[in-house]
Ligand binder design. Structure first.
Ligand SMILES: Cc1cc2nc3c(=O)[nH]c(=O)nc-3n(C[C@H](O)[C@H](O)[C@H](O)COP(=O)(O)OP(=O)(O)OC[C@H]3O[C@@H](n4cnc5c(N)ncnc54)[C@H](O)[C@@H]3O)c2cc1C
Length: 423
């Protein structure tokens, strides 16, 4: 059967739209199949500085600068009694005019900009089209079967398919590669406020991480149009204690647990919509298999804290697309070619994962680490910025004096043809 495209992309979120923009710009025939009709709602609204590189690579920086998205320069941590830490300003480590200034976005608008950008570069995008299954030939993915909004089911073929399906984790779910994180297993409950209190000046767009008991925490993400995204993340048994299950009740009970959140929200009003999600932390055992590459959340998702999701999605889109381009040009799409891609992504995920584990440890405090090792502050800012592919071994050694940190998980290599046959 002939190939209709050079590359099929399942999902038009940040990973899919960034990868397809790059591949289409190289002149490859790219088809994006997206289940929803955009603009569509999505959680994940706080960007971190190292989204800058991939956004620049796909030509999005002028669009971001021309948008209404609120500028973000820092992250701050707030104790339950309302005491606020010094902000971790990204410009203490990176260029203030470029990397160190990032954005708080509305995902419906941001993802629409990204998908339109992919279209402008030449990708064909079909919205309201659901991928049902991967087409297999001799253990190789050769395309997908999809159903469009009118209910018509059809097949399309390409030498490589990119799984950018987000939390659906299309390939890893169906092939038994989806693995839980050994420790991360939180619940998130959130809503939106209008008219609540904001910090002044350069701190107006800061992300605030505000603690509640049991290592739970609020995110407070100021957005444009005077909106704030605000949510609480914690262990399920803490949030649902005394049998409380209703997201609205869970949310408002926790608001009482942090003075800063309480006083900031007191001036505004909730939109009345409350969201809840769980079981989002996961890893795919493999990053690639014959004819298939996994990107973004479909590869792994850690935890909402530190807002690394969109950065990792865009980075995987960038690095994945470059690797696919080289493979297409070489006429060699064997999974082994994607080993460096998998290793780079996993290194970044593992560095972020260590900081996430430390954060949730009851005996960890940023302040104590920085008091003993002042240089740790800069390195923590680097990791919070998403500069995750560097050597943090000194930082981890310092933090291990306070709390244990996890070993790297043995995931993310490609599934080689021979291994697949043996399995
Ligand atoms: C509670 C919570 C808070 C978060 N907060 C942040 C944050 O502040 N900052 C941050 O950076 N990240 C955050 N994240 C993570 C962020 O949402 C994700 O990491 C990011 O959206 C991943 O991008 P993606 O392109 O991989 O997947 P997605 O953005 O999920 O896109 C996947 C797309 O694939 C489509 N799709 C799925 N299945 C199919 C199918 N079968 N056929 C066709 N299309 C399909 C979907 O409709 C979707 O549009 C948060 C996550 C959670 C759970």
């Amino acid at each position: 059967m002939p190939n209709n495209y050079d590359c099929i992309v399942i999902g038009g979120g940040p990973s899919g739209s960034s990868a397809s923009a790059i591949l289409a710009e190289y002149g490859h025939r790219v088809l994006v199949l997206e289940r929803e009709r955009f603009p569509r709602y999505h959680i994940g609204e706080s960007l971190i500085p190292f989204t800058f590189g991939p956004l620049q690579r796909i030509g999005m920086i002028p669009k971001m600068k021309g948008s209404q998205f609120v500028k973000k320069y820092s992250v701050t941590f707030v104790q339950p009694d309302g005491r606020r830490s010094q902000p971790f300003y990204f410009f203490n480590r990176y260029d203030k005019e470029t990397v160190a200034q990032t954005w708080q976005v509305l995902r419906s608008e941001f993802d629409q900009l990204l998908l339109d950008n992919a279209r402008e570069k030449g990708a064909e995008v079909r919205e309201e089209t659901t991928v049902n299954r991967l087409l297999m030939e001799d253990d190789r993915v050769v395309g997908v079967e999809a159903t469009d909004k009118s209910g018509v089911t059809y097949e399309v073929r390409a030498p490589i398919t990119l799984d950018c399906s987000g939390k659906e984790a299309f390939a890893s779910n169906r092939r038994g590669w989806r693995l839980r994180d050994p420790y991360l297993n939180k619940i998130a409950v959130w809503t939106y406020y209008k008219g609540s209190k904001r910090e002044p000046d350069i701190d107006e767009g800061a992300t605030t991480v505000a603690y509640v008991p049991d290592k739970g925490w609020f995110w407070h993400i100021p957005q444009h149009n005077d909106m704030v995204s605000v949510g609480v993340v914690a262990e399920g048994k803490y949030l649902t204690r005394d049998g409380v299950k209703d997201p609205r009740e869970i949310f408002h009970r926790e608001v009482q647990q942090n003075e800063w959140i309480k006083s900031h929200l007191a001036l505004g009003a909730s939109t009345g919509d409350y969201f809840i999600t769980s079981e989002y932390s996961r890893h795919s055992r493999y990053c690639s298999a014959p004819g298939l590459l996994l990107l973004g959340d479909a590869l792994a998702f850690l935890d909402p804290v530190f807002s690394s999701g969109v950065m990792l999605a865009l980075k995987s889109g960038h690095l994945g697309a470059e690797a696919v381009h080289e493979a297409l040009v070489a006429g060699d799409l064997s999974p082994a070619r994607f080993a460096p891609y998998g290793a780079t992504l996993r290194q970044g995920i593992e560095n972020m994962r260590k900081l996430v584990y430390a954060f949730y440890d009851p005996n960890f405090s940023f302040r104590e680490v920085i008091q003993r090792y002042p240089e740790a502050g800069g390195q923590i800012t680097d990791c919070l910025s998403g500069d995750v592919n560097k050597d943090f071994s000194q930082l981890w050694a310092w933090i291990r004096e306070f709390v244990p940190l996890p070993d790297d998980l043995p995931y993310g290599e490609p599934l080689l043809e021979t291994a697949e046959k043996a399995a």
